[in-house]
Design a protein around this ligand. Structure first.
Ligand code: ATP
Ligand code: MG
Length: 534
């Protein structure tokens, strides 16, 4: 059977059909199937293969075939092309030089059992997207007429493949850019010329507790509260008119932490390739300052501590010996004078001397404790045991005040890395405060009512929570920031030194934890210590 080429009219109508359909094809498979359908109809009894690959990568190509089997290894092979075809394809030099393009005059058949045929490179815009191979059974070579007749269909196919590749690249690039913005360790916001938000990265969404759908396309000014409006709109306006603006601070309303201080710099984005040209967008990059603020506070505290520590060490050293003498001798004299029947009032005075000296000793000890709570290695600590031990140390206080103290411990409490003596101190301080608070609010609690609860439990994902709650008057809102400062006390003169909570906070800091105070379910204060379980 003699192979004949299709008529000009048939070729034209096929081309017209493809030109109308291919722009709507959404993927490679659809494009290639359609072209193969047209080719097998126009050119029956030929083996036709279309291979699609990217010469810039080493990835295997994809092969589509009609009317003959392909060789097994074909997907990994490149393109063998004649000098003449190479010139006609007008490939970019980098593409032509690719290891996957081999120049050879003899056709390299992709089919099994077929030695005659030809290949047309699928080239568009200087890039190579694959190859179209046509093979003939022995004695049926129609190469001369087929090749020119197929050339225009092949170039239509190349263009369609190019469009699909560009589309995929564009989507890939867009996703890549989005991932890049999202994983950036900064808050990123972009607006267009009409103030609409076009970019809002994950860090910013998470901090403000909003979703992308809620912000994209909205006017950025909708999100700025009254007192900051002026400064921010000025900065954005300046950027929109092409000026760079100095960094500025914004109190950002956040989802979890209340307003957070953030520092922003703003930059205008001009049109590509037109420096000094019109501004298309404005990008604002911000940094959440709350962590830095927190660190600064810690540094200030640490500095204060260091100073106090030196002072304390000196004071303690100077005071300890004379104070010990005073207490010991006062006690000795009390006992001696009692035996001698001396006036009760005088003995009482002597007792007060001893008690006062005792208090000074305790104070100096606390001072040192505050300044230097550390010095011990952490160990595996059984928190339940520490809680029970601390409660038992405070027993006399609790009993004296006629207070009911309950312990609620999660039976699944894990072992925690901590300094057990320090945890004990945290608990003793908190329990003592709770007992004092309950006593102060109801002097006659012995009739029942004063309550303190010590709780220890695990909180997701891996935190230990210790809470001491009481039924006292609670801590007034205005004092909550101050109670952790050294020497802040509301207790009557001489009753409290105001070092308990600062010591507690130091210890909690050293355990990388946090302490906070809220209103308790018992009506009074609840001190909550959260320590990470490592
Ligand atoms: N459970 C509580 N209920 C109400 N107020 C509290 C409670 N715990 C602490 N406070 C307030 O915080 C202040 C500071 O407590 P802190 O333990 O630091 O010092 P203090 O108890 O006054 O003295 P000390 O150094 O003897 O502990 C207290 O004076 C009290 O006003
Ligand atoms: Mg206290």
């Amino acid at each position: 059977m003699k192979l004949v080429p299709p008529s000009e009219a048939a070729q034209l109508s096929a081309l017209r059909e493809l030109a109308a359909e291919l722009p709507f094809a959404s993927n490679e498979q659809v494009v290639v199937d359609r072209v193969l359908g047209v080719l097998t109809e126009l050119f029956p009894n030929r083996a036709i293969a279309i291979r699609v690959f990217d010469v810039r990568t080493r990835e295997p190509g994809r092969a589509y075939v009609r009317n003959a089997p392909l060789r097994d290894s074909i997907a990994n092979e490149g393109l063998v092309i004649s000098q003449h075809a190479l010139q006609r394809a007008r490939l970019k030099s980098a593409v032509a030089a690719s290891a996957r393009v081999l120049v050879r005059e003899r056709w390299d058949s992709p089919f099994t059992g077929m030695a005659t045929g030809f290949a047309i490179p699928l080239a568009a815009g200087g890039e190579l997207y694959g190859v179209l191979d046509v093979g003939y059974t022995p004695g049926e070579d129609a190469h001369e007429q087929d090749e020119p007749a197929m050339a225009s269909i092949a170039s239509g196919l190349a263009f369609a493949l190019r469009t699909i590749r560009l589309q995929e690249d564009a989507i890939g690039l867009r996703d890549y850019q989005a991932r890049l913005l999202d994983s950036a360790n900064a808050l990123i916001l972009g607006i267009d010329r009409t103030w609409r938000i076009t970019v809002c990265n994950r860090a910013l969404l998470e901090l403000t507790g909003t979703t992308r759908d809620e912000v994209l396309g909205r006017d950025v000014r909708d999100f700025i509260s009254g007192d900051q409006r002026q400064a921010i709109t000025t900065a954005f306006s300046a950027a929109l008119s092409g000026q760079h603006h100095a960094a500025f601070t914004v109190m950002l309303p956040t989802f979890k932490k209340g307003p957070v201080r953030s520092v922003w710099s703003i930059a205008p984005v001009g049109r590509a390739g037109q420096p000094g040209g019109p501004i298309d967008a404005v990008v604002a990059i911000g940094q959440d300052q709350s962590k830095i603020d927190l660190l600064q506070q810690q540094i200030v505290r640490a500095e204060r501590l260091a100073t106090l520590g030196e002072l304390a060490a000196g004071v303690v050293h100077e005071l300890n010996n004379p104070l010990t003498s005073i207490t010991v001798y006062a006690e000795y004299l009390v006992r001696k004078l009692e035996a001698q029947g001396i006036e009760v009032a005088d003995i009482e005075k002597l007792r007060r001397i001893g008690a006062s000296a005792q208090r000074i000793l305790r104070f100096t000890r606390d001072l040192v404790q505050y300044a230097r709570p550390s010095g011990k290695e952490t160990e595996n600590v059984d928190v339940a045991a520490v809680v029970r031990q601390s409660v038992s140390i405070c027993e006399h206080l609790v009993e004296r005040g006629g207070i009911s103290l309950a312990i609620e411990i999660d039976p699944q409490l894990p072992v925690v890395q901590a300094v057990s003596g320090q945890l004990e101190q945290v608990l003793i301080n908190l329990i003592t405060n709770a007992v004092h608070a309950v006593e102060a609010s109801a002097p006659h609690v012995s009739e029942g009512g004063g309550r303190v609860v010590v709780r220890a439990q695990v909180q997701e994902p891996s935190e230990l929570v210790i809470e001491v709650a009481d039924s006292g008057p609670g801590v007034p809102e205005a004092e909550r920031d101050h109670i952790f400062e050294p020497f802040f006390t509301t207790k009557a003169d001489g009753k409290g030194t105001g070092l308990g909570l600062p010591i507690v906070r130091n210890i909690v800091d050293q355990h990388h934890g946090q302490i906070s105070v809220t209103r308790s379910d018992l009506g009074g204060a609840a001190f909550r210590v959260v320590i990470p379980i490592v």
